[in-house]
Write a protein that binds this ligand. Sequence first.
Ligand code: PMP
Length: 296
Amino acid sequence: MYYNQKTEVFLDGEWLKASEATTNLYSQTLHYGNGVFEGIRSYKTEDGVRIFKAREHYERLKYSAEVMHIDLSYSVEELETLTYELLERNNLEDAYIRPLVYLGENMSLEPVQNTHVLLCAWEWGRYLGDKQLRVMTSSYQRPNPMATHIQAKVVGHYTNSILATTEAKQKGFDEALLLDSNGYVAEGPGANFFFEKDGVLHTCPLGNILSGITRQTIIELAEELGFPVVEKFFTPEEVYEADGAFFTGTAAEVASIQTLDNKKFNLEWEDTIGYDLAKAYQNEVSKRQYKNFELV
Ligand code: PMP
């Protein structure tokens, strides 16, 4: 699904066949979960392939590496250029790109000097699909920001996401919504959350969530289109009264939510601000700002 015999990946300065690349079994990332990654999308535009917000994603990767004591020697510009080459080598246009910075052989709990950089990509539909989602409030909270760097995209954080999604699916829902350690709504397992009430969008402030690049894009688009956005803490009970709600994320894009804990929102999705923003987001990602594989 992610690669075939022809697929090439970038690994530590070399272009290798995905089917032939190997990793060390004593990697600290494999045993303890310290590694950092990104999820990026490229889109086919009239002027060629464009990676959406490549700089923001690689700046977040640099931040994630730094706070986790991981030495990432590539610059944002180098990573961007390599990613365009990755797409070109694999003939990819609308693609999902996965940079992963993982650590070498070391069974201690100390920082590891030996860092590996993997860039790979594949074609991937919308992560949460296109249907309206039935979401449940998770019994799992997001990790306490005093226990980890919650704004970093760390490999090990995703055990929390896997538990929440698995619980939701086992209970017959499509996805989970996690609370923070104070009982306020935080985010989905792999996406940020917005709800709409009386023409105003609400999302929680930064602090307990990943600072989503799609979240920021949606806030900016809402402001451009004249929809007010409020960043404040709220409970699931407030969301039950909402007119509409949606998740945002690079992989999921804008994913509509039909119910939270089996409570249906007041408006049909097509009548919500979220619907307009989903369309505006699609326009934004396919904007003509880059020449064929060339950064401007
Ligand atoms: N929260 C979590 C936990 C995520 O994994 C993601 C996906 N990266 C997001 C939010 C959305 O972030 P972005 O819009 O930058 O993809």
